[in-house]
Design a protein around this ligand. Structure first.
Ligand SMILES: *Cc1c(COP(=O)(O)O)cnc(C)c1O
Length: 398
C-alpha cells in the first residue's frame, strides 16, 4: 500500500504548482502567429507584466529559463572585460557570476556566506574604493533560492548612491517575482531578470528582462550583442516576429496570460500578503520542530527570510531520506538542498527546501507540513511537538 496516490504536490522552489487555468489555456490547437488574437494578446500582456515587476519602463521576453535571463541581461549592458561586483548570499549569485565570467566579464565576488544577507555597508565600501568606476554593474539575488535569504534591493541602491557610483544595479528576481514584495522603479533597480516558472506559475520556458532608462542607455554603449539576445527588437518590436527573435512561444504566452489574470484578479498586494502569511505558517511549524535540536532553519531572523522558499538543515543524510520518504509515501516532492555543501556533508544531503511560491493556499501548506512531520517520524528525525498546531494557528489568525 502507498499513500502517494492522488494529485501529486511539487513543493519545490520552481517549477511551482501550475494552476488548472494555466494548463487549460495552453490546451488549444496552434494559433495564428501572423495576426489576430495571439498577437493582440501579447501586446496587451506587456503592461500587465510590467505591473507585476512594478516598473513603467521596458520589458523583453525570451524563450529561455532563468539562466537565459541571466545571459540576456548581461549581454545587453556589459562589454567583455567589464568588471561586475557580485555580493553573494548563496548558490545563485555564484551562478550569475559564473555566467558573467563565461561572457568575458570580470566578476568580483563579496561572499557573505550561506546564512547572512548582503551587508550594504560593505558593498558601499568596495564601490567607494573604486574611484576609477571600473565596476560597471552590481549583480545580486533578491531571494537566493538555495539559502532562502531575502536581500534588500533598496539598501543596495542607497549604497550605490552614497558611494556616488554609476554602476548599474541588476537584480535576480527569478525566485521572488510575484512572491516577495519587489518595487523595481521605487527601489531604483536598473535591470531585473525573472522566469515564468516560479511566482508566475507557468511551465518553464519564458524568461524576462526588465530595464529602465539607465539600462537602455547602457545598451547603447555595448559594442556587440548577439542578435538573439539583443533586447532592442524585443522591447520595441516593429513586427510581432521580432518580439521573440523568431517564432513566438505560442502556448507559453497563453499560459502566462492566464497566470497574469490570476495575479491581477487577486491583486499583487494580496498576492504578496498571501505569500507572507503562508511563509509564516511554514516557519511556525519549522520553529517548533527545531526545538528538538535536529532541525535548523537556515535563516534565523524572520525579517531576512524569503516568503517563497525555506531552506532547512536536518543533519547529514537526513534531508535526502526525508525527501525520498515524502515523495514515495505521500506524493509530496520537497526541494533538494543545493549549494550548502561542507566537509561533513559534501552533497548538501543534510538539507531540504520547502517551496511555497505561486499557486498555493492554506490547505496545501498545512498538508505539506503534516506530511513532513509524518516523514520525520518515519525516518526518525527528532522534532519538537506542537508544530502543526502552531501552523494552524497562523492560518486561523489569517
Ligand atoms: C530558479 C532560479 C534561477 C535559475 O533558473 P533556471 O530556470 O533554473 O535557469 C536563478 N536564480 C534564482 C534566484 C532562482 O531561483
Amino acid at each position: 500500500m502507498s499513500l502517494a496516490h492522488g494529485r501529486p504536490y511539487l513543493a519545490i522552489p520552481g517549477p511551482s504548482v501550475m494552476p488548472d487555468a494555466v494548463l487549460q489555456a495552453m490546451h488549444v490547437p496552434a494559433p495564428n502567429i501572423y495576426e489576430g488574437a495571439l498577437v493582440e494578446m501579447t501586446h496587451a500582456m506587456i503592461p500587465d507584466l510590467k505591473r507585476i515587476a512594478r516598473t513603467e519602463h521596458y520589458a523583453a521576453i525570451y524563450i529561455a529559463n532563468g539562466h537565459g535571463a541571466w545571459e540576456a541581461a548581461l549581454s545587453n549592458v556589459l562589454n567583455p572585460g567589464d568588471k561586475v561586483l557580485v555580493p553573494a548570499t548563496g548558490r545563485f549569485a555564484f551562478g550569475w557570476a559564473d555566467m558573467a565570467e563565461g561572457l568575458g566579464l570580470v566578476p568580483q565576488i563579496i561572499d557573505f556566506g550561506l546564512r547572512a544577507p548582503i551587508d550594504a555597508a560593505r558593498v558601499e565600501e568596495v564601490l567607494a574604493a573604486d574611484t576609477g568606476h571600473e565596476i560597471k554593474a552590481v549583480l545580486f539575488s533578491h531571494v537566493d533560492t538555495a539559502t532562502s535569504i531575502r536581500n534588500d534591493p533598496a539598501a543596495l541602491r542607497a549604497a550605490l548612491d552614497s558611494a556616488g557610483h554609476p554602476a548599474l544595479l541588476m537584480a535576480d528576481c527569478i525566485a521572488s517575482l510575484a512572491c516577495d514584495r519587489f518595487e523595481m522603479d521605487a527601489w531604483g533597480v536598473d535591470v531585473m531578470v525573472a522566469g515564468c516558472q516560479k511566482g508566475l506559475m507557468t511551465p518553464p520556458g519564458l524568461a524576462f528582462v526588465f530595464f529602465n532608462e539607465r539600462g537602455h542607455e547602457a545598451r547603447d554603449r555595448v559594442t556587440r550583442v548577439s542578435r538573439y539576445w539583443d533586447w532592442r527588437p524585443r522591447s520595441e518590436p516593429d513586427f510581432f516576429y521580432n518580439f521573440f527573435g523568431g517564432t513566438a512561444p505560442t502556448h507559453h504566452l497563453l499560459g502566462l496570460r492566464a497566470a497574469l489574470d490570476l495575479l491581477h484578479g487577486e491583486g499583487i498586494e494580496a498576492v504578496w500578503a498571501r505569500h507572507e502569511t503562508l511563509a509564516r505558517t511554514v516557519w511556525a511549524a519549522c520553529e517548533v520542530w527545531s526545538e528538538a535540536g535536529a532541525m535548523r532553519m537556515n535563516i534565523e531572523d524572520r525579517s531576512l527570510r524569503s516568503h517563497a522558499v525555506t531552506a532547512l538543515g536536518v543533519g547529514f543524510g537526513n534531508g535526502a531520506k526525508l525527501r525520498e520518504w515524502t515523495a514515495q509515501n505521500a506524493g509530496l516532492t520537497l526541494g533538494l538542498g543545493i549549494g550548502m555543501a561542507s566537509e561533513e556533508d559534501p552533497e548538501s544531503s543534510g538539507f531540504f527546501r520547502i517551496g511555497h511560491m505561486g499557486h498555493l493556499n492554506a490547505h496545501m501548506v498545512l498538508g505539506a507540513l503534516g506530511v513532513i512531520e509524518a516523514g520525520m517520524q518515519a525516518v526518525q528525525i527528532p522534532y519538537g511537538k506542537g508544530a502543526l498546531a502552531a501552523a494552524a494557528g497562523v492560518v486561523a489568525a489569517g
